[in-house]
Each structure stands twice: as C-alpha cells, then as structure tokens.
Design a protein around this ligand. Structure first.
Ligand code: DLL
Length: 448
C-alpha cells in the first residue's frame, strides 16, 4: 500500500503482521539471492520516492547528474552520492519528509553534540514496520511472547524507549515502560514485577546492578533471564561482565534514529556472534571513511545505510560514522551480520598521532581482575603534549594495591597493543558518574 499518490512507481512493500509471533517472518528466512532481488525492487521505489518528493534529494542528484532510472541492479547504487547528518540538518525541521505532514504519525529527534537536532518522521506504515522489526530482534534474542519486559531505554524524543516499547507489545509481551534513571525505583520494580527481560544501555544496566547491591540484593537473584542491550558501543568483555553480574543472557540490538531507531539489526541468542542487519528493509555498505571507496565483505570501515521501505524519511547512502565490518549471516544466512562497533569515527581519540577508541580500553581493562567497567578518559595538552588519564574504579572486592598493580598492567598493555602512553587514576568504587542512557567516556580538554 502506498498512502501517497505522488510517486511514479508503487511501493512494493506493505507491512504484514506475522501470524504467529513465535515464528520467523518469511523475509528473515530468504536466501541471499532472494534478499538481493527484493532489494533491487525496493530500491527502485525508494530512489523514485526520494527524488520525486524530497527537493533536497532532487537537487543533490541533479547536481551529480544521476537519476533514479539509472538504478537497475545493486551495483548501480554506487552511482548515487552519500548523504550525512548535515544533509538532514539542512532540511530542519521537516523538509526531509517525502509525505505531507498529514501522513506523519510520529516525530523523534536526536540531539547530537552540536547545533540543531536531527528530526525524523514516520507514517503509520513506518511505525508498523519499526514495531515488527524490533519484535523480530527481541524474538531473535530469545524473548518470548507472554513474557514481561522491563524497558529502561529513555522515553521521549530518543527512539530507544518508544521504539523498544512498541516492539515488545508487537511480540506479545507485557512492557513495563520504566524509562531511564531513578535507579532505586528500577530496582524496586524489577524486584516486585519480576520481569523476564530487560532493555537498557549496557552501562546503565551496570548502574542498575550497583542499585541492587546497594539494596542488599545480589543481581543474580532477580527474575531477569535476558537483556537486549544497545545504543552505545560495547565489547564482548562487557557482555561477559553483565552476564556474570546478573546471571542472564545478553544480546545486542543496533539502530540509529535516522535509519529508523533500534531494530535495524539484532542478535541471535543461539549464535551470539554480532547483530544481523534486516536486509529486507535496509541495504548496508561499508566504505573507507578516508577515500569513500566501497569495501569488500569483511573489510573494516564506516557503515552506510539505504532504507528500502521507509515512506516518510527515505535515507539513501547515509553515512553513520559507525566503524565496523560486514560478515556473512549465520543464524539468518540471507542477511549480513555486523561485527561489533569499535566506535564512531567522530569519537575516535587521536593521541599524539595514534588512533584509539574507548572500547579498546574497555576490552583490556575487563581482562584485569581488580579493575571495574566504570571508567572515563580525560585528555589534556600540558606543555603542548597530548596526555590521556584513565580514571577507573577498582572493583569492590579488590584491594587498592591489587588495583594499582592491574592499573600498571593496563598501561603496559595499552602501550604494546595500541601504541599510546597514558596515566592512570584508580578511583574508589562508585565514585565515577553513572549514565542513565548513553555513557560519555571521553572528556577532551585539548581544544578549550
Ligand atoms: O541509539 C537507537 C537505539 C536505541 C539502538 C536503543 C539500540 C537500542 P541514536 O540515538 O540515533 O539511536 O544513536 C545511534 O548509537 O549510530 C551508534 O553509534 C550507537 N549505537 C546504537 N546501537 C548500538 C550498538 C539509538 N548496538 C548511534 N552498538 C549509532 C554500538 C550502537 N553502538
């Protein structure tokens, strides 16, 4: 169904409610060839819809001398220029919408670090698709219809809260819309309502664990069996930490507002080997962020997305700034899998010419028994030399001396594995700030 009559070709997609929520959607089980054939058909519509209904796309393509009719096969996608946050910001607030405002049923926005928020909009079909894909992710990660889900993603303009909420309901779960923050209340409600699954950022789930300990409850004794975590980069070391702390199974969920919100990709509870991208709705590419070349399967680079079915806000070759790689699908062989996100290219720290990401520090620190996952990185430039200080809490059950020893080991590992020198400050347990959503790891004072 196509609610707009303004596109010269019909939208080949109409969202359907899966008859049995415990079973995979038919598109999930398509072969690679079937997925790619579907992508060609859906891409034709997307390109036409964007060109005919969003002046910014028309201008961009006219400027580059390309037209949607030049897209006939997947390799033709590379003829079309990339877009980025700037492209959407220039269309602030609603000029990137391909449908009249009367067709829009929801607006979200992501704040970003500077300037205007990026505004995104959804038609009713877009919202139905989104809920179905989030439900698909939850089911894939082992959540079952009839279960209770505690949703600690923030509600509001952020897509995490409402996106996860409607996905949980779509799967047939009872969703507890707790939102982020009020950690004491989170603890109380988890104890009283006995949810089976929890949704949160990985770092906020650790703050909830602190809350349990403060209440004199071992987090392993809760009703929780599954966690579906995302919205910020996290490592397999962090997964182990969370799984041990709560005695649960933790899976990844990935997404970004511009492309939809949570649910662009989700992780199998069976293979637990990175999120599968739902390629019946999104065509991913990896590009070299420096020369814009499209990379091969397995090569690391920047993730770029094209939406295939979105009506309100078509996204074409959108540069996410997320650094990862594409891998063949495993539990869903027709869909590509993504490696863990190392970080965002704009969060990369360049320290005396060496590039590093907070996830590298997380990975190394969590392999040392007396260091906790709670850390921040502070960067200064005294005497015109970059200097990074790692503030990291010792674990409650480790002595200060043990943590100082492990701190020294951490610095030497950073030196040999990353190539940077740093300073370390061992902080006492529960002295560093906790996040109630996405954590801020890096405090860079160099440009002040
Ligand atoms: O964070 C959507 C979301 C909500 C995803 C809840 C998962 C769970 P934005 O606020 O637009 O949307 O931020 C998107 O967050 O480009 C990544 O840099 C990062 N991100 C999201 N999920 C993951 C993940 C939501 N699983 C930005 N692993 C993205 C690593 C993630 N980074």
């Amino acid at each position: 169904m196509n609610p707009m009559t303004t596109c010269s070709i019909d939208n080949p997609y109409s969202p359907t409610a899966s008859a049995d929520p415990t079973q995979p959607d038919p598109e999930e089980l398509m072969s690679r060839d079937e997925i790619e054939a579907l992508q060609v058909e859906r891409l034709k519509w997307t390109l036409h819809n964007a060109y005919e209904n969003v002046p910014a796309y028309r201008e961009l393509y006219d400027e580059h001398g390309v037209h949607p009719s030049q897209f006939q096969e997947l390799s033709d996608l590379s003829k079309f220029p990339y877009t980025d946050k700037e492209f959407l910001r220039n269309a602030y607030p609603f000029k990137s919408f391909a449908v009249p405002m009367s067709e829009i049923r929801r607006v979200h926005a992501s704040s970003g670090t500077t300037g205007l928020p990026t505004v995104v909009g959804y038609t009713q079909d877009d919202l139905d698709t989104w809920a179905s894909l989030v439900a698909r992710c939850f089911r894939f990660s082992g959540v079952e219809p009839g279960q209770k889900i505690h949703n600690a993603y923030g509600y509001g303009l952020f897509t995490g809260g409402l996106g996860a909420h409607y996905g949980g309901e779509k799967l047939g779960c009872a969703v507890i819309p707790m939102s982020g923050g009020q950690t004491d209340k989170q603890v109380q409600l988890i104890r009283d309502f006995e949810p089976d699954a929890i949704l949160a950022t990985p770092t906020y789930l650790l703050a909830i664990a602190d809350g349990f300990r403060k209440a004199g409850v071992d987090p392993r004794d809760t009703s929780l069996k599954r966690a579906v975590l995302g919205a910020e980069p996290w490592t397999d070391e962090m997964r182990r930490e969370i799984e041990r702390t709560f005695d649960i199974t933790a899976c990844d969920i990935y997404g970004l507002s511009e492309v939809m919100g949570p649910g662009v990709a989700g992780e199998s509870a069976v293979t637990r080997d990175g999120s599968h991208i739902w390629e019946d709705h999104f065509r991913p590419e990896i590009i070299d962020p420096f020369d814009d070349r499209v990379c091969d399967l397995g090569e690391p680079g920047e993730l770029v997305f094209t939406s295939l079915t979105k009506q309100a806000l078509p996204i074409i070759r959108y540069r996410t700034h997320d650094l990862t790689r594409l891998l063949p699908g495993t539990d869903r062989p027709g869909h590509r899998r993504m490696g863990r996100i190392t970080g965002r290219s704009d969060d990369m720290i360049i320290l005396r010419g060496v590039n590093l990401f907070p996830t590298q520090i997380e990975e190394l620190a969590l392999n040392l028994p007396s260091l906790s996952p709670h850390f921040t990185l502070e960067i200064d430039r005294p005497n015109r030399m970059d200097q990074m200080t790692i503030h990291i809490e010792r674990r409650e059950d480790a002595t200060r001396e043990e943590a100082i020893e492990d701190g020294k080991k951490l610095l030497s590992e950073i030196k040999t594995k990353i190539g940077s020198s740093a300073l370390i400050d061992i902080a006492e347990p529960e002295t560093l700030a906790r996040s109630s959503g996405k954590i801020r790891r890096v405090y860079d004072h160099r440009n002040k």
